[in-house]
Design a protein around this ligand. Structure first.
Ligand code: CTP
Ligand code: CA
Length: 224
C-alpha cells in the first residue's frame, strides 16, 4: 500500500475526494448515469497522498483503477454517496470530482422491465441530493476548504462562477467538456480555477498535472 507519505505539507490533513459517476437503477439490469471515467478524481487522490494527506475516496462505479492507499468507500447511487460523505466527515478539505446523476428513478423496478409487455415504459424522476451544496452549506463541521468541479459545454466561466456562488463552495474547477475539446474520456484537461479572488485559466495539461497543481494549491490554502 502506497498511502500518504510520512512527510509533506499535507501530513496530518484529512482530505475527502468524491469521484466517478453514480448509477441510478431503473431495474436490475438498467441504470442512468453521467459519463465519468474517474480519472481526474483518482489523479487528485494520488497527488494529495504524494503531499502527505490522508485521503478518503468516495467513488461511484468508475472504470479507473482505485488509487492505492486511500480509505476507500464504494457506492452506486447519489443517495449512497451523500450518506458516505456524511459518514466520512469531518475533513480538513473536500474535493467533489464525482459526476453525480442529477435525478433518480422514483420507483426502480425489482424485476426486469420487459419489452414484450408492449408500449414504452414511463420513468418518473426525483432530484438527487446535491452533495457539494449540502457540505458547502453545513453549519457544523464544514471542511475548511470545499472544492467543486463544473464540467460545462457553454458559457463555461459564467456558468461555473454562478455555480460556485449558488452552492457556496470555496473554489470551483471549471472545464469545457464540449465534444470538440476531446477532453471527455481523454488524458488531458484544461481548467480554470475560480475562487472569490477571481479566475485563473491553467494551460491544457495532463490530468495528473492538473491534479498536482490543484493539490499544491490545497496545501497552500490549508497551511496558511
Ligand atoms: N455535485 C454533487 N451532487 C450533486 C450534483 C453535483 O456533489 N447531486 C457536485 C459535483 O461533484 C461537482 C459540482 O457539484 O463538483 C457541480 O456539478 P454539476 O453537475 O456541474 O452541477 P449541477 O448543480 O448538477 O448543475 P448542472 O445542471 O449543470 O448539471
Ligand atoms: Ca449535474
Amino acid at each position: 500500500i502506497q498511502g500518504a507519505l510520512s512527510e509533506g505539507p499535507l501530513q496530518g490533513k484529512r482530505v475527502l475526494v468524491t469521484s466517478g459517476p453514480t448509477h441510478e437503477p431503473i431495474d436490475p439490469v438498467r441504470y442512468i448515469a453521467n459519463r465519468s471515467s474517474g480519472a481526474q478524481g483518482t489523479a487528485i487522490a494520488n497527488a494529495l497522498m504524494k503531499l502527505g494527506a490522508e485521503v478518503v475516496f468516495v467513488t461511484g462505479p468508475a472504470d479507473a483503477a482505485r488509487p492505492d492507499g486511500v480509505h476507500l468507500v464504494e457506492v452506486q447511487t447519489a443517495a449512497e454517496m451523500m450518506d458516505a460523505v456524511r459518514g466520512c466527515l469531518p475533513a480538513d478539505a473536500a474535493i467533489f470530482c464525482a459526476a453525480v446523476a442529477d435525478w433518480r428513478v422514483v420507483s426502480a423496478s425489482d424485476s426486469k422491465i420487459k419489452k414484450t409487455k408492449g408500449g414504452l415504459p414511463t420513468l418518473e424522476f426525483a432530484e438527487n441530493p446535491d452533495i457539494l451544496a449540502t457540505v458547502s452549506q453545513m453549519d457544523d463541521g464544514r471542511p475548511g476548504l470545499v472544492v467543486g468541479f463544473a464540467a460545462e459545454t457553454d458559457d463555461v466561466i459564467d456558468n461555473a462562477t454562478a455555480k460556485r456562488l449558488r452552492k457556496g463552495c470555496d473554489w470551483i474547477v471549471a472545464n469545457d467538456v464540449s465534444p470538440a475539446t476531446g477532453i471527455m474520456g481523454g488524458s488531458e484537461n484544461a481548467v480554470t480555477l475560480i475562487s472569490d479572488g477571481g479566475s485563473e485559466a491553467w494551460p491544457r495539461m495532463g490530468k495528473a498535472d492538473v491534479a498536482e497543481k490543484l493539490a499544491a494549491r490545497v496545501a497552500q490554502a490549508l497551511i496558511k
